[in-house]
Design a protein around this ligand. Structure first.
Ligand code: KG4
Ligand code: ZN
Length: 347
């Protein structure tokens, strides 16, 4: 059974083909995927311009689909179901992917699977050669979300804690802007931080002792603002601020993730979402894992940020778990979509 996946929730258009074995057998595989990132398009504006994002998704959808079909040697008529990101994300951008997916499925007379973007992220480590097995704790750190979840199986997610304000990626991006770094700020700031001297600038670790698994990063961003406001920083000072910021944010993420493992009694941690690509976060989590005897699983770097493969995978695994696909035709998108609505089985 072939599932086509389509992602268009923000500034990346992704298309992928995932194959499920016939019958109830396990062992699906990704046949191929193609991605177009709009980074260059939005860079001159210092952030994502929603209208431009929507228009670019329109331009890219068909060529990317053709590319994936050519790459995998399959044709349109081989597709058995179409999974697409229904939310959360930018309304216009979601509408492009949703209408593309729904009309294609309608024309092919196959059903559709509207997928939650975050479910795609948190299942994405299952695409790697050494995948985790359920249950695990997921640390989801993207541009829009920062959440800790207990994942018991496909469609069984329990929220353990989340950010009360800015997401981790958002904090990276806003802080990068304060430091005059170009969009997308996260990876650029992370690179600059490598040149910074540890503890040359110390920032607070927000919510570290809150006694729960929630996060708050807007105060950290304000602390950076206070540090840099009205000053002309030389390159080394900017690197030191970047380092101080990254160290503070990473320490909070790591300590809370360890707290979630302790609270749930689990010993597998899955890290997903764009910030999961951060080298310092990985280094620090790996060090804790070695010390505290748990295992950390990361998606392959290409599946860390938004992509179609994780959406095809989430659709396929949902089907396998017994979720009912819907008939193509009428649809809506869900720019805001609470994770709690996602469960198909009890967490
Ligand atoms: O998951 P993602 O691609 O999109 C959302 O669903 O939000 O995450 C994008 C976020 C951005 O905020 C970006 O700055 C951040 O992930 N990011 C990073 C790194 N790579 C991407 N943040 C820190 N270090 C990185 N290496
Ligand atoms: Zn994402």
């Amino acid at each position: 059974m072939l599932i086509l996946g389509i992602e268009s929730s923000c500034d990346e258009t992704g298309v992928a083909l995932y194959e499920l074995p016939d019958g109830a057998g396990a062992g699906g595989r990704l046949l191929g995927h193609a991605l177009h990132s709009q980074i260059v398009l939005h860079a001159q504006y210092g952030g994502v311009v929603p209208e431009l994002a929507s228009r670019d998704h329109i331009r890219r959808a068909v060529p990317l689909l053709r590319q994936v079909l050519a790459q995998t040697g399959r044709s349109l008529t081989d597709i058995d179901a179409v999974a697409y990101t229904q939310g959360p994300g930018l309304a216009g951008a979601l509408l492009v992917g949703a209408s593309f997916a729904e009309s294609l499925a309608f024309a092919l007379d196959v059903p559709v699977l509207p997928v939650h973007h975050l479910e795609g992220h948190l299942l994405s480590p299952l695409l790697s050669a050494d995948p985790p097995s359920f249950p695990f704790v997921a640390l989801l750190v993207s541009g829009g979300h920062t959440q800790l979840m207990r994942v018991t199986g496909v469609g069984a997610y329990e929220l353990l804690g989340e950010t009360l304000d800015d997401a981790a990626g958002e904090a990276f991006d806003k802080t990068a802007k304060l430091l005059g770094l170009p969009y997308p700020g996260g990876p650029v700031l992370a690179k600059l931080a490598e040149q910074g001297v540890p503890e040359a600038v110390h920032f607070p670790r927000p919510m570290l002792h809150s006694g729960d698994l929630n996060f708050s990063f807007s105060g950290l961003k304000t602390a950076v603002l206070t540090q840099v406001r009205g000053r002309e920083l030389v390159e080394q000072e900017r690197a030191d601020v970047a380092r101080g910021f990254q160290d503070a944010l990473v320490e909070v993420l790591v300590r809370k993730a360890v707290g979630a493992l302790r609270q749930t009694g689990l010993n597998s941690l899955v890290v997903a979402g764009g910030v999961g690509a951060n080298r310092e976060l990985r280094r620090s989590l790996n060090a804790q894992a070695a010390r505290r005897k748990f295992r950390v699983y990361y998606p392959e770097l290409e599946y860390c940020t938004d992509n179609g493969a994780m959406i095809a995978l989430a659709g396929a695994l949902r089907l396998q778990a017994g979720a009912q696909p819907k008939a193509a035709g009428s649809f809506s998108v869900r720019p805001r979509w609470p994770l709690a609505d996602l469960n198909i089985v009890e967490a």
